[in-house]
Design a binder for this molecule. Structure first.
Ligand code: ZN
Length: 335
């Protein structure tokens, strides 16, 4: 930890996280620019507190082109009343707010990918300043953290809630209790391609109970996928004892991503022909997609094969693919 961590965050909240009742306000981040000399980024935030109890930190829009989280959390923020709550709920529907407004995965200001920017910097870029605020102000307040994701414009997922395998088994078990309570159609023991700089990792290293989702993708959301998000967040708040009642999770199918063989990447660019759809069973060696070179007719497509057996849980979404793109993700059904 360098001297940067002694510096105060430039972000100021217009809400008081210790006050009781419902407050709707902003995390205000000064951002001086051509069209606003003393301007700010105004990130919407809601805090609902009633008495003593656990704190849930609920976030969407970590990536700006994923919509189930923002839709469920803007809805929750306007509905939640203090009398229903025991403890505290902090809601940030669009964490990377500039990216959310632009409809892009990363910030149009600094190209910052929020989920690769932790622990952030108080003297860094706009995205790094937001990450730093979560790292040093909001995460320490939280007992349970739920961060919504989907596939964005370039991936599409089977709807699942997920947690990671952790060194601390008690922390891991607690996280999977919350995954179970969320009650998405699928529940995942998730493997990350690259966990460095992730919000997930920051929360887990702080000892927090952290769960996440992938609920769809393609740069949109559906009535069904938003319904899963809304039901899931209510179940999580009940499981935490923050909302009254017990979680009523829907039936779920448990999935595992046991190792890196679950990922398939394109080695050529071109036109993609999916050979299986989300949820389909595949065997090791099966062709999951063909990639046609588009420069001329008559050329054979390259074939992307599954390295393991399981079901297709994620796929590349756009019709054109580039070398290096993640084409398919296979998960093993474990229960
Ligand atoms: Zn995401």
């Amino acid at each position: 930890m360098g001297i940067q961590h002694l510096r105060r965050s430039p972000i100021s909240a217009t809400v008081d996280f210790d006050a009781h009742g419902v407050q709707h306000g902003f995390l205000r981040l000064p951002y001086s620019r051509d069209d606003s000399a003393w301007g700010s980024v105004m990130i919407p935030v809601t805090v609902v507190r009633n008495g003593e109890g656990p704190t849930a930190l609920l976030t969407g829009g970590n990536h700006g082109d994923e919509y189930e989280g923002p839709a469920a959390l803007f809805d929750l923020a306007r509905r939640l009343v203090a009398d229903e709550v025991r403890g505290r709920v902090i809601i940030v529907p669009a964490m990377n707010y500039p990216a959310f407004l632009a409809g892009t995965r990363t910030s149009p200001i600094d190209r910052g990918n929020m989920n690769r920017s932790f622990p952030g910097r108080p003297d860094g870029t706009v995205t790094e300043k937001i990450a730093d605020y979560f790292q040093r102000v909001l995460l320490p307040l939280a007992d349970v953290v739920l961060d919504f994701h989907s596939g964005g414009k370039t991936l599409d997922f089977l709807p699942f809630c997920a947690a990671h395998v952790l060194a601390d088994q008690a922390q891991e078990a607690k996280a999977f209790e919350y995954v179970s309570a969320f009650g998405a159609p699928y529940s995942m023991k998730m493997l990350e391609i690259d966990a460095v700089g992730m919000y997930d990792t920051a929360a887990e290293e702080m000892g927090k109970v952290f769960i996440t989702t992938e609920l769809g993708g393609g740069g949109t959301a559906t009535a069904r996928s938003i319904g899963i998000a809304k039901a899931g967040v209510a179940n999580v708040l009940k499981a935490a004892g923050i909302l009254k009642g017990s979680a009523a999770p829907a039936e779920t199918i448990w999935l595992d991503m046991p190792n890196g063989d679950c990922f398939a990447f394109a080695e050529d660019g071109g036109l993609i022909e999916p050979m299986v759809d989300l949820g389909d069973q595949v065997e090791a060696g099966d062709v999951v997609a063909r990639i046609y070179p588009v420069g001329r007719t008559g050329a054979a497509p390259s074939e992307i094969c599954a390295k393991m057996s399981g079901i297709l849980c994620a796929r590349h979404f756009p019709g054109l693919v580039k070398a290096g793109d993640c084409v398919a993700v296979i998960a093993v059904v474990v229960g």
